[in-house]
Ligand binder design. Structure first.
Ligand SMILES: *Cc1c(COP(=O)(O)O)cnc(C)c1O
Length: 427
């Protein structure tokens, strides 16, 4: 964590609350984002237990849903997680150093001429069409690389993946052995809806095709899919959101622990008259003499403008001095006004920290106010906060489940040519 350099306390400031002292130390930042790595580990263990005997991997794409991919990968790897999924080669490169031994899959598919990138950091493409497979095979044949790849089969998402008949067409290759396929997977469309008929359809389709990939570990379930029951869990599960505290079972209580705590600093308090308005557009009018706290976080920090309030609609809430207080007026780029009229006098002062996420305000609650899902709340968390990581030093439990085949390491990479030009950027 980066700290402001001038953190010396005067004797008087030593009398301030711990929160106020923290605020003084972090005065260079508008907010403090704390990621609880122990909570991520606890969530992973809970998912692992729910899915046992399947292996539990971790999806750490998009910087581990905004929580910090290298930190999360390192902590989970220490706790026993052996397989990780990212979206791009660049993301894989950024976490490889943190988890040198783990199996690392790149979900985004295989692009021509990127084989060297995979080989160089020993990660595996998730191959989603026959052209990709052909190109990957050419690379492997040319270089002797045998680090493995996953085959993604589409069972209804219609996004990435071989069609069922394309998948069928490569079964002879699987049966011939020495095929280099380390995982066969598909992805659920509506796993968070317990009674969606699509779940059963996808399960049946995937079960059928996966059974023909004999000897190849199979994976279908994301976070919510794990909670659809054992038939969905196959050999490996791929949770993402639930690791970071998003409720994987929206129709029931959240079984996961909260992971992210977000605090912002009060830069000013002020009192306004009844009838005055607050913020851009003057959309919120004080109905009584009103005390406001102005905090140093805004939509540029990932606190969506959709959480604004106006004279007709209540917006999101923020916890100030232990109490929920409403957002007053529009969320602006760097600042938000909070109505703190109902707090005891002096309960909230300049320099105090308020809680935007945490202390009972969940990612899912914020998502509701933002008009989105917890996933987008997390991946939108800004980069202006001071970041603090808590915990993460758990060691692997003594009783570990049998490692599934998917966790096995590929052979040591054979020497290959240096990577040539980087892959072409999409235009
Ligand atoms: C993102 C992703 C996951 C993780 O999904 P969550 O709903 O976050 O658990 C699993 N599999 C694939 C293919 C993904 O793209």
């Amino acid at each position: 964590m980066t700290m402001a350099s001038d953190t010396k306390m005067t004797p008087q400031s030593g009398l301030l609350s711990a929160e106020a002292n923290q605020a003084a130390a972090l005065a260079a930042f508008g907010g403090v984002l704390t990621v609880d790595l122990d909570a991520i580990i606890a969530n992973w263990r809970k998912l692992e237990k729910t899915a046992v005997p399947a292996e539990c991997s971790a999806v750490i794409k998009a910087d581990a849903y905004g929580c910090g991919a290298a930190q999360v990968a390192r902590a989970l790897n220490k706790a026993g997680c052996k397989t990780f999924f990212v979206a791009t080669i660049e993301e894989a490169r950024n976490v490889r150093g943190a988890v040198p031994e783990a199996a690392l899959y790149v979900l985004g598919g295989y692009f021509q001429n990127t084989g060297e990138h995979y080989a160089k950091i020993n990660c595996r493409p998730v191959i989603g069409d026959l052209n990709e497979l052909a190109e990957w095979d050419v690379f492997c044949r040319r270089t002797g690389w045998s680090g493995g790849a996953a085959i993604h089969i589409d069972t209804g998402m219609n996004r990435l993946g071989l069609t069922l008949s394309e998948a069928q067409a490569i079964i002879p290759r699987i049966n011939a052995g020495d095929h280099g396929i380390t995982l066969v997977m598909s992805h659920l469309v509506s796993a968070e809806q317990l009674n969606s008929q699509i779940n059963a359809k996808q399960l049946a389709a995937f079960r059928g095709i996966a059974s023909e990939f004999s000897g190849v570990p199979a994976a279908l379930a994301n976070s919510s899919g794990i909670f659809l029951g054992a038939p969905f869990q196959f050999d490996l599960v791929r949770p993402g959101a639930a690791l970071y505290g998003v409720n994987p079972t929206p129709e029931a209580d959240n079984p996961m622990q909260p992971v992210v705590d977000l605090k912002a600093r009060i830069v000013q308090t002020r009192t306004i008259e009844r009838g005055e308005t607050v913020g851009y557009g003057g959309t919120w009018t004080a109905r009584r003499p009103t005390k406001l706290a102005i905090i140093a976080v805004g939509y540029a920090d990932g606190y969506f403008r959709a959480a604004s309030s106006n004279d007709g609609t209540r917006g999101a809430e923020v916890i100030v001095a232990g109490k929920r207080c409403p957002v007053a007026g529009r969320v602006s780029m760097d600042l938000i006004a909070i109505d703190i009229t109902d707090l005891p006098p002096n309960a909230a002062r300049r320099g105090h920290m308020v809680t935007l996420l945490g202390e009972g305000i969940t990612v899912d609650e914020l998502a509701h106010h933002f008009g989105t899902i917890g996933y987008e709340v997390l991946t939108s968390l800004g980069h202006r906060y001071a970041r603090v990581y808590k915990g993460g030093n758990a060691v692997e439990p003594l009783t570990k489940p049998e490692p599934a085949p998917a966790a096995e390491q590929p052979p040591a990479p054979p020497p290959i040519e240096q990577p040539t030009a980087p892959p072409p950027l999409p235009s």
